[in-house]
Design a protein around this ligand. Structure first.
Ligand code: GA4
Length: 341
């Protein structure tokens, strides 16, 4: 399998970044409902990605989660390793998945289920597992609600009769949603001498923190501190480019996952994205991956199948899809295997 993520970028790749001058959509959730729904659908058809502001998640909940994350990553390595290895849940460093992918990061991957959180908390925060579980559950509760609100707006914007068709899967007690804390060390390129030959400017490091991929689930809600690095792939047929996502402490990033692309019969796109290393500081991000229960059937909704857009995906369960995704490398276009000819 390919272990390409830590590799330096090719010069043609770097020119793709410089040529991108598109801004990612920012949607204000305090707007009126119809307008929000319309703008969200436009953003998801065009990019599969947008940022939300005035989202209603209390700052306190976010800062408590970020502090708990920073405290964990500041522990001595020997202690962090007690919460690993990530197989797939737990603490991991450099290695992503089990097929040879690597990145310049360390991370903690948790299931969103409260029982799983409290079990994991015993090895993640041995001094105060109860507080750690409380903070994670509180954060998961808030971002899950945000994901559900957005999914209900999407159903409305798509004209789907049952507005809970996506959000119900994430609200389900058996939902397989995950929470991932990523910690990216700064790259050590300096102004006078760039550590890596390929770096053109200090702020534009060529090292990959997390390689190109799409998220397999329904919807991802991501937050980061103020250190940049996230880039999304523009789906423009005129020539692909990487669009940098500016960090915004007031916003959450939202991206469409593979399952939502299938359920909307390809109308909403599961965006490919990656994280570049950065010399300006340590980046920390927290991603909630809203997923269906293992036994849930995934197939294009009848409302999204039209004579102009015939059904283009097979039906499958989330459990079947997971098996396939874990057998492939990070950047693989796994949806390709579920396309109808
Ligand atoms: C990408 C999105 C999430 O971070 C993740 C990742 C998962 C993992 O790190 O274990 C995977 C990757 C992600 C997709 C392909 C497989 C599985 C690593 C990998 C190579 C937690 C997820 O759900 O899928």
């Amino acid at each position: 399998m390919v272990a390409a993520s830590v590799m330096a970028l090719h010069s043609s790749e770097r020119s793709l970044i410089r040529s991108a001058s598109i801004n990612v959509p920012v949607i204000d959730l305090s707007m009126r409902r119809e307008l929000k729904a319309e703008l969200i659908i436009k953003a998801c058809e065009g990019f599969g990605f947008f940022q939300v502001i005035n989202h209603g998640v209390p700052d306190k909940v976010v800062s408590r989660m970020e502090l708990a994350g920073m405290e964990f990553f500041s522990l001595p390595t020997s202690e962090k390793l007690l919460a690993g290895p990530a197989n797939p849940l737990g603490y991991g460093t450099k290695s992503i998945g089990s097929n040879g992918d690597t990145g310049d990061l360390e991370y903690l991957l948790l299931h969103s289920n409260p029982i799983s959180i409290s079990q994991r908390a015993r090895s993640v925060c041995r001094t105060n597992p109860i507080d750690f579980s409380y903070v994670v559950n509180e954060y998961v509760g808030e971002v899950r609600e945000l994901a559900c609100e957005i999914l209900e707006l999407m159903a409305q914007g798509l004209g789907v009769g049952d507005s809970g068709v996506f959000s119900r899967m994430i609200r389900d007690m058996e939902s397989d949603s995950l929470l991932r804390l990523n910690h990216y060390p700064p790259c050590n390129c300096t102004k006078s001498s760039y550590k890596h030959d390929c770096c053109t400017t200090r702020a534009n490091c060529c090292r990959l923190g997390f390689g190109e991929h799409s998220d397999p689930q329904i919807l991802t809600i991501l937050r980061s501190n103020s250190v940049a690095g996230l880039q999304i792939r523009s789906p423009s047929p005129a020539g692909a480019s990487w669009i940098p996502v500016p960090p915004n402490p007031d916003a959450f990033c939202v991206n469409v996952g593979d399952v939502l692309q299938v359920m909307t019969n390809g109308r909403l796109v599961s965006v490919r994205h990656r994280v570049m290393a950065n010399s300006n500081g340590t980046r920390m991000s927290t991603a909630f991956f809203g997923a269906p229960p293992l036994h849930a059937w995934i197939s294009p909704l009848p409302e999204t199948i039209t004579p102009l857009r015939p059904c283009c995906y097979k039906s499958f369960t989330w459990s079947e899809f997971k098996k396939v995704m874990y057998s492939l490398s990070l950047g693989h276009d796994r949806l390709d295997l579920f396309r109808l000819d």
